[in-house]
Design a binder for this molecule. Structure first.
Ligand code: UDP
Length: 326
């Protein structure tokens, strides 16, 4: 049993992580400023309301408990917004993470799992994307993630802080028990928006471009279940506890689905129509992002349990239906 600090615990992936760690018997302290997360999504353990920008509250947090490891999920996540407002992204994703790293070093906490992103790659020059693919982010969001990855390499060298960066492709799905799911405000992700369009909560979904170099012209993404991402975090922390070197891993299912294919699967799962219209391309969207996750499978012993798109969408649908009833 370990004592684990989960930062950004009230968000989509963080809240699923807390639930999993508690079910495995770990001690968990959840830290979140609730700027976009939800207090009621943290299903147990101790909750600390605090902000990574506040050095004093960070020192207090680390003075009160000794943590064996930290998972850092707190981040602004809207790629388009990052282009319009880079300051917010460099402050929240870079400066605030640096504050966390410095607090860890001051308090001799040496194991970190960091939420990175496929956005570190930019426009791919080869598919599927493995870890030796060039790193050329197209947006401040992707830049902020890559900058943290680079800082982590320096912090390992200088201070012995060991880290694993996990580059998620498209995080999706929801807790199979139906207790948690995506609650972004505003929601910008394809699957929850398609489900809301199917429910009539939004009038229609806009397809961002159908003139990409893909078979049906819409963008192809690799959707990965949130619970599988959490398993990868758990394995990554165990990997670090075993004395492994700092590293970065790509996390996806290795299978890409176009926007049109996702909408078709949403219609099959929900047995409803998804009203959609065609809009222009969204800036910063590569045509195709598909992960090669062999490295995570080999070194982290990661094996996704919910790789099927239909299962991912079914769990998200179960969550949207439940949210309706709340
Ligand atoms: N997308 C879309 N309409 C929407 C939201 C997303 O066509 O309302 C497309 C988007 O351009 C991308 C894919 O769906 O190709 C997945 O987008 P999402 O925002 O879910 O994740 P991202 O790829 O940005 O991480």
């Amino acid at each position: 049993m370990a004592n684990i600090l989960v930062v950004g615990a009230a968000g989509f992936i963080g809240s699923h992580m807390v639930k999993m760690l508690l079910s495995l018997g770990h001690e968990v302290v959840s830290f979140d400023n609730l700027s976009s997360g939800h207090r009621d999504a943290v299903l147990g353990g101790r909750f600390v309301l605090g902000d990574l920008a506040d050095h004093l509250s960070l020192d207090k947090l680390f003075d009160e408990s000794h943590f064996d490891g930290v998972m850092q999920f707190a981040s602004s996540i809207q790629v388009g917004e990052s282009v319009r407002d880079p300051s917010k992204y460099y402050r929240n994703n870079l400066v605030n993470t640096l504050n966390l790293l410095d607090a860890m070093v001051r308090h001799d906490v040496r194991h970190l799992v960091f939420s990175s992103s496929a956005a570190v790659f930019g426009e791919p020059c080869a598919i599927p994307i493995n870890e030796s693919h060039p790193l050329c982010p197209l947006t401040p969001y992707g830049q902020s993630k890559l900058m943290v990855e680079r800082i982590l390499a320096d912090y390992d060298h200088a201070y012995g802080l060991k880290s694993v960066s996990l580059r998620y492709f498209n995080a999706a799905g929801a807790d199979p028990d139906g207790l948690l799911g995506e609650r972004h405000d505003p929601e910008t992700h394809l699957i929850p928006l398609a489900l809301r369009a199917a429910l009539g909560h939004i009038d229609r979904l806009t397809i961002f471009g159908n003139d990409y170099a893909t078979p049906d012209g819409t963008c192809i993404r690799d959707y990965v279940h949130v619970e599988d991402l959490c398993h990868a975090h758990r394995n990554a922390l165990e990997y670090l506890f075993s004395g492994a070197a700092s590293d970065a891993f790509n996390l996806g299912n290795g299978q890409g689905f176009s926007v049109q294919e996702v909408l078709k699967t949403v219609e099959e799962v929900t047995a409803r129509r998804v009203p959609a219209n065609l809009g222009s391309r969204r800036s910063g969207d590569p045509a195709r992002l598909v992960a090669d996750s062999d490295k995570a499978k080999t070194l982290l012993h990661w094996s996704p349990k919910h790789a099927d798109l239909r299962t991912i969408i079914s769990h998200a649908w179960q969550w949207e239906m439940r949210s309706l009833a709340i």
